[in-house]
Design a protein around this ligand. Sequence first.
Ligand SMILES: *Cc1c(COP(=O)(O)O)cnc(C)c1O
Length: 483
Amino acid sequence: MKEPLIYELSVTGREGVKPPALDVPESDLPQELLRDDLPLPEVSEVDVIRHFHHLSHKNFSVDSVMYPLGSCTMKYNPKVNEVAARLPGFTGIHPMQDEETVQGALYIMHTLQEDIKAIGGFAGVTLQPAAGAHGELTGVLIMRKYHLDRGDTKRDTILIPDSAHGTNPASSSMSGLHVVQLPSDARGNVDLDELRKVANDRVVGLMLTNPNTLGLFDEHVEEIAEIVHGCGGLLYGDGANMNALMGIMRPGDLGIDVMHFNLHKTFSTPHGGGGPGSGPVGVAEHLVDFLPGPIVTIDPALSEEELPYYTLKMPAKSIGRVKSFWGHFGVIVRAYTYIHMLGTAGLRRAAEHAVLNANYMLSRLRDVYPLPYDRICKHEFVLEGHLPDAPDVHALDIAKRLIDYGVHPPTNYFPLIVHEALMIEPTETESKQAMDYYCDVLLKIAEEAKTDPQLLHDAPHETPVRRLDEVKAARKPHLRYEH
Ligand SMILES: *Cc1c(COP(=O)(O)O)cnc(C)c1O
């Protein structure tokens, strides 16, 4: 027997709400706005509440289950961040207010700029970009303007390793540059010989995701910086996932000239539903003048003795604005709260636990699932979701079967350089028990793959809808209720 849906509970004339008595003059609605063909269910208030409550429970979220989506850093977001972001002093201000009336908000932004500089080892930061990919576009525009400003007009190429995040080539092409892909070597590092072949005076820079999407820290990052700088290019660091590094090492010290951060990953803002995010960009001294503006600065002329005065300034050779107003302020408040709740030592501990957790899971799974790059990982690792003794079972079958055990599948089929990739990132917030459950399930599924592959081909079994066409489900969702 199936529980009736809200459409089936409808009874003509049943009412859910009683609108208040009319206290304005009555007037007729324009006829063209009225329709007779809108059969909304006529139900009571409790039926509506139950309908939406049930729907909300059909979602996976990091508040309900482990969600080890590689490269996404689905860490738990402490609720105190939400409390801070909802303080009336923050929600009640308007970006067009005079700056002297919003000194508190500017203080938060300025402090976060300083925090990001300290974490990354950079000389300047913009908080404007709305997400990681937007930060990349901003960074690439900064690099391009740096070269043009020096009168170096022939550079039109960006070098991107094949282990980079997919947004890197996308944002480079959006800025009109040619993308040259670099292969990885057998240990998952950038192939230095291939890099030397293409490092020339056409190169704007190289975009390095480090740790890369295999979860591996490039063992030659300083040599990469040397080669790229040697041909006059700049080194871009994709810092979306700072979870393995924060408090341990500063990318600026490795020779990275420009880098974006994802506040909605590393610095704990809920994400996954498409936003809002925030992708601040940090730069070394020689790029500070090109940052998009305005940037929050302290105006010493207006500062009273103990109290700095915060003001918004456009950098001298700025690439211009990349976002209306001052960026996604609510996300900025959440990141500020997260960073200051943890403090310097806490950030480092979080990074250490993220790395420890990933290596713990890797050590439990590596004897069963093939591991193409056999190294200690950083915050995530990539296995093959294709087992030697179950050739018909694929990564997708394993991912779908995980749903039946009540956990979220890892990223699959990415990065592309691993056959049938399963990319697992537990994050620092998972307990040993939660990770053990996830590993136990993956090991059990590996057994099922051998003994009952059909069970996996047909998974998920326990969900309201079964296996979907993932592209169509996203692009052409079927939202109609039908009998
Ligand atoms: C998530 C991610 C991005 C893109 O960030 P968005 O905020 O989704 O645009 C870029 N690089 C890496 C390594 C990422 O993990």
